[in-house]
Design a binder for this molecule. Structure first.
Ligand SMILES: [Mg+2]
Ligand SMILES: [Zn+2]
Length: 170
């Protein structure tokens, strides 16, 4: 079974500072560095993301899909390959089963990609990412200055530092 790195998208791979406006598909410089670091690394790479932009009518499904496609294309450009993108299109008040902190997207990815969750890492900038990882049984890396009520394995300032941490663990 492979190991995976499961990335949150907004605030981790792309700039989310325009919130509550949807982010663009432009990678953060630290995400470019992360993909370069992952070139040849023995991990399946996956994005698991809450995209309530769709449920709120801020973006269409086609627009969201195009953003993921752009990110995957750029990852390849920098030497990494993203094996799967999974997202929840719902709003929090819809009470769906897939929105993080539900582990559903992570479990779906693990099944499709045949990865061992216990040896995989969830990388996110919200408590909901960390909790989803914990519920799915992954190791957890919080990107940001400090985690709130969740208890990640480690807190790092950005996604490039997250890769340094993960790659130092083997
Ligand atoms: Mg985020
Ligand atoms: Zn959902």
């Amino acid at each position: 079974m492979r190991r995976a790195i499961l990335f949150d998208k907004d605030g981790v791979l792309v700039d989310n500072s325009m919130y509550p406006r949807p982010p663009k598909a432009e990678l953060l410089p630290e995400a470019v560095e992360a993909f370069r670091l992952l070139s040849g690394a023995p991990y399946a790479l996956c994005v698991v993301s809450n995209q309530s932009w769709i449920g709120k009518g801020e973006m269409t499904k086609e627009e969201v899909d195009a953003v993921f496609e752009t990110i995957c294309g750029k990852a390849v450009e920098y030497g990494a390959r993203i094996d799967g993108c999974y997202y929840c299109p719902h709003r929090e008040e819809d009470g769906c089963s897939c929105r993080k902190p539900s582990p559903e997207l992570l479990l779906r990815a693990a099944k499709d990609l045949e990865v061992c969750l216990e040896q995989s890492f969830m990388v996110g900038d919200q408590d909901s990412d960390i909790i989803a990882g914990q519920r799915a049984g992954t190791r957890t890396v919080y990107v940001g200055s400090r985690a709130g009520k969740s208890k990640p394995e480690v807190v790092v300032p950005n996604v490039a530092e997250a890769m340094h941490y993960i790659l130092s663990q083997r």
